[in-house]
Design a binder for this molecule. Structure first.
Ligand code: MN3
Length: 208
């Protein structure tokens, strides 16, 4: 069986008004789906059937297979991204996550400001990331379909899609408004905290 489009972990209208059902219908139902279909087609062409998604991404990275790398990276990135979101009222950082935020950034507010700035200022298409790197939290961004799966030692905790297809329906070209709305209202902090166990990559991985 080829790779599949994972279901959204919430109802399509659960994130409104910050992220509309129409955005999710296109972003999940069409864009994410297209990455699944293209990855399956390329995996077939290259005779890589049977490999896990994370293995396909790493093999494509090491062989310089750009088409397969970007499509499989996007398949994984979106599968991780949906889990980072939850309807308004999701828990705030607590426990070990709150302590690491305090240590690395001084306060939750300072972390959120840095994460938003990274997301807003990333040039063109890509993803903002909060990662765990040798026990410390770091904010960074990756371009196009690049993904922490392909980077040794980058343990993913939280991401935000800043491709224009993520916000054009709800916010037109206003990326900063989209970033503010999602970061202030939709982050699933329980999922972020869960990823401190270093198993974030597995949570969006799949076997064919
Ligand atoms: Mn996207």
């Amino acid at each position: 069986m080829p790779f599949r489009l994972p279901d959204l972990p919430f109802a399509a209208d659960a994130l409104a008004p910050h992220m509309s059902a129409e955005t999710l219908e296109f972003h999940h139902g069409k864009h994410h789906k297209a990455y699944v279909d293209k990855t399956n087609a390329l995996v077939g062409e290259k005779g890589m059937e049977g490999a896990r998604l994370s293995e396909v991404i790493r093999a494509a990275a090491s062989k310089g297979e750009k088409g397969l790398f970007n499509n499989s990276g996007q398949l994984w990135n979106h599968s991780f991204f949906w889990q980072c979101l939850a309807p308004a009222g999701a828990a705030r950082p607590t426990g070990k996550l709150a302590a690491l935020i305090e240590e690395g950034f001084g306060s939750p507010q300072a972390l959120l400001e840095q994460f938003k700035a990274e997301a807003v200022n990333h040039f063109a298409s890509g993803w903002a990331w909060l990662i765990l790197d040798r026990g410390a939290l770091k904010v960074t961004s990756l371009h196009d379909g690049d993904t922490p799966v392909a980077h040794e030692g980058m343990q993913p905790l939280l991401t935000l899609d800043v491709w224009e297809h993520a916000y054009y329906i709800d916010y037109r070209n206003a990326r900063p408004k989209f970033v503010d709305a999602v970061v202030d209202n939709l982050i699933n902090w329980e999922f972020v905290a869960q990823n401190l166990d270093g198993n974030g990559v597995q949570r969006a991985d799949q076997s064919p």
